[in-house]
Design a protein around this ligand. Structure first.
Ligand SMILES: NCc1[nH]cc(CCC(=O)O)c1CC(=O)O
Length: 302
């Protein structure tokens, strides 16, 4: 049989994640090939991106490569994947989530500062809002780029610390001091590697479905249904985390104003039933309890 072409972005983290998917497929005796996609621009597509439903900045090049049959599957950090997938693209598998949390990384010179004294660098509305909820006077700078770039900017820049995903740090095997941040609720589906495929390739999708981790799928679907019900296409400070504890699911989530002053939170334990859309249900509760007005306020501010 031909090897399965695994498309990935070209960053160190993305390549690690693609190799992780390859490893799972190889364990099931399938041949794989990693295909790094640099940036295909919009080449070879005879339709405009919007008409295909292609939106995500991190996912668009891989979506195009899938639709052009340059790859069989695409590996993503699920949290970077828009909740609305393009036409003819479907999520096929989710690997087991390992480290969902956000962490604080500070530079040596800020070692002895209290949390409320730190100057922080993050471009995430969610990380900013959840931090401000606890430390409202904190000064923020923007920081962008992959993990390595951000850590370099932390060393060079005029700020004390940054907030990153623990999953990324663990995957890159970085020997670095960090602090857990229980004040944060992670981004919906943070720490989960997902595999997307083309709806016209049922044989490949069937093979890839075998590496799916069902408990992870259950949790991220709740988180992402919560997100998509709240957002309606707009980005907002939203954290959502579901985990299976015994025979129950614990779901913690919050929608916050940009300054963190107004947060509408959810903290629920329930028995899972596949027929019920819990994410949507809890999002509707949030919307009815001031979330609708808060979303409108956020949309007008960003
Ligand atoms: N948007 C950036 C991004 N997308 C996925 C990860 C790491 C892996 C993950 O958290 O799923 C990161 C880095 C970060 O948030 O620190």
């Amino acid at each position: 049989m031909k090897s399965i072409r695994i498309g990935t972005r070209n960053s160190a983290l993305a390549l690690w994640q693609a190799r992780e998917v390859a490893r799972h497929l190889q364990n099931n005796n399938y041949l794989t090939e990693i295909v790094p996609i640099v940036s295909s621009g919009d080449k070879n597509l005879n339709q405009p991106l919007y008409s295909l439903g292609i939106t995500g900045v991190f996912t668009r090049d891989l979506d195009i490569a899938l639709l052009n049959d340059e790859i069989d599957i695409a590996v993503h950090s699920l949290k970077d994947v828009p909740t609305q997938l393009p036409q003819n693209i479907e999520m096929i598998a989710y690997l087991e989530r390992d480290y969902p949390q956000d962490i604080l990384i500070r530079k040596e010179s800020a070692r002895n500062k209290e949390f409320h004294e730190l100057k922080l660098a993050t471009s995430s509305l969610r990380r900013r809002a959840f931090w401000l909820r606890n430390y409202p006077t904190t000064d923020f700078s923007d920081i962008r780029g992959n993990i390595q770039t951000r850590l370099q900017k932390l060393e060079d820049g005029n700020f004390d610390a940054t907030i990153l995903s623990l999953a990324g740090i663990k995957r890159m095997k970085m020997e670095i001091d960090y602090e857990m941040l229980p004040l944060m609720i992670s981004a919906p589906s943070q720490g989960v590697i997902s595999v997307a495929g083309h709806t016209d390739k049922p044989e490949i999708n069937e093979i890839v479905r075998q590496i799916n981790h069902n408990p992870t799928q259950i949790c991220v679907e709740i988180e992402r249904n919560f997100l998509s019900t709240l957002e309606g296409g707009c980005t907002a400070p939203i954290g959502a985390f579901a985990e299976i504890i015994g025979d129950q699911i614990r779901f913690k989530a919050a929608l916050c104003s940009l300054d963190g002053k107004n947060c509408i939170a959810v903290d629920e334990n329930f028995v899972y039933t596949p027929t019920e859309n819990f994410g949507e249900k809890f999002a509707k509760v949030v919307l009815e309890n001031g979330g609708k007005e808060l979303m409108a306020e956020i949309k007008s501010q960003i």
